[in-house]
Design a protein around this ligand. Structure first.
Ligand SMILES: [Zn+2]
Length: 412
């Protein structure tokens, strides 16, 4: 990580080749590096992760390889494990720079630059003095990185065909995600022995099974879906269009800070902020005033994320006043109606670089995004789409398509 340990690494790795381990499972999608190494050791008896790292110049005491692993070590592990250094780097937090965070070195992560370059709910500059109260000391903070215990989705673990696939998932270890985006249930704290066992913190009395999964609010599920998409695809579809993952993570962190602002510091804007917290049914944890999100206890982080998710969806649905300079990123572009009966023809007009259909597609995407989280929007969209159905089978097909799109139809 530092120039000082590079020479040691060179001498330790001057072997020209690293013969492959006889047994080496392939990394699972989303798995962390240490989880993969632990699953590898599970295939052998009497071997632990330190043995796999032996001779690579890695100090295994207190070093977090899941955060950052030096390139020569990645290369050696890739050769031994039948993978590539690039694939293994993606299994560390460093593989998510610079879009999730600027660097895994806290001295290169500036709180103010990350958290306050955007403004969504509050006008830029409002309550700057208050924001400074939450600014951690320089060199002590990484965005979205908390001291979390391991979390996993109980239903994902239940669905595994084999214990050999029990793994620690990268995205589940950082507090910007509350839920499993597949099962829409809360991620649960646990201890994982990769390739072997999970011990759940929440277990029914007298059982070693997990307690029933806890569903998360629809707005949280929607924001988590976008965050997961940002991590896996590098971009997120918003109603105004696609934004890079880097924009999404900073925008979300901005809203997290904005909903953490004490109402007394926000003047007129206390009203929408108060409405957001009221609609969550939780009260703003007091220490959010002076403690950065990453250093809050888990249950308080979950409440702040719930408020942030509520705020983002409310801005998108035009339900609250947002006065930030970047609130436009969450609002639909002005809708320009298109007459589907008279498509533009090439003979009459030059082909525009941006087709009018882009607007239609964006509008449909926006309607679908809204319908996923809002039963009124879902009802309207279904009613609109149903006008094209001629038979009951058509209606059934339509209902099935809605379910496929993640739109609930079980409204009252
Ligand atoms: Zn799951």
């Amino acid at each position: 990580m530092t120039p000082a340990d590079a020479p040691a690494a060179r001498t330790a790795l001057d072997h020209s080749a690293h013969p492959p381990w006889p047994l080496h499972p392939q990394p699972l999608p989303g798995e962390t590096l240490m989880s993969w190494l632990a699953r590898t050791t599970a295939l052998y008896s009497l071997i632990n992760t330190a043995d796999l790292l032996d001779g690579l110049g890695v100090d295994t005491s207190g070093v977090d390889l899941d955060r950052y692993t030096r390139e020569p070590v990645l290369t050696a592990l890739a050769q031994r494990g039948g993978s590539t250094a690039e694939r293994l780097r993606e299994m560390t937090l460093a593989g998510y720079t610079p879009w999730l965070l600027d660097s895994t070195d806290p001295s290169e992560c500036d709180f103010d630059t990350y958290v306050h370059q955007f403004s969504v709910l509050l006008p830029p500059g409002l309550a700057m003095a208050d924001r400074r109260r939450r600014t951690p000391a320089a060199g002590t903070w990484l965005p979205w990185v908390s001291k979390l215990d391991t979390r996993a989705c109980p239903l994902c673990i239940d669905a595994l065909d084999t214990d050999a696939d029990i793994a620690v998932m990268m995205a589940h270890q950082y507090p910007m995600l509350t839920s499993c985006t597949k099962h829409l249930c809360r991620l649960e704290f646990c201890a994982v022995i990769p390739g072997r066992l999970v011990f759940w913190d929440r277990t029914p009395a007298g059982s070693d099974e997990h307690a029933p999964p806890i569903p998360v609010p629809a707005v949280v599920a929607e924001i988590d879906r976008r965050t997961a998409a940002a991590m896996t695809s590098g971009s997120v579809e918003l109603v105004a269009g696609r934004v890079q993952a880097a924009v999404w993570f900073r925008l979300l962190r901005t809203v997290v800070d904005e909903v953490s602002t004490p109402l007394v510091r926000t003047g007129w804007w206390a009203k929408p902020l108060s409405a957001i917290w009221k609609s969550t049914g939780c009260s703003r944890p007091l220490r959010t005033s002076w403690v950065p999100f990453e250093q809050l206890p888990w249950d308080e982080q979950a409440n702040v994320l719930f408020a942030a998710a509520t705020a983002i969806i409310a801005v998108e649905n035009d339900e609250i006043t947002a006065s930030g300079a970047d609130a436009c990123l969450l609002r639909p572009r002005r809708y320009e109606p298109v007459d589907p009966g008279t498509p533009p023809t090439g003979s009459r007009s030059p082909v525009p670089t941006r087709s009018a259909w882009d607007g239609v597609i964006a509008a449909i995407d926006a309607a679908v995004a809204a319908a996923r989280v809002d039963s009124d929007a879902a009802r309207s969209l279904f009613g609109f789409a149903r006008t094209g159905c001629r038979t009951e089978e058509d209606v059934d097909e339509l209902a099935y398509a809605f379910v496929e799109l993640g739109i609930r139809l079980d409204w009252d």
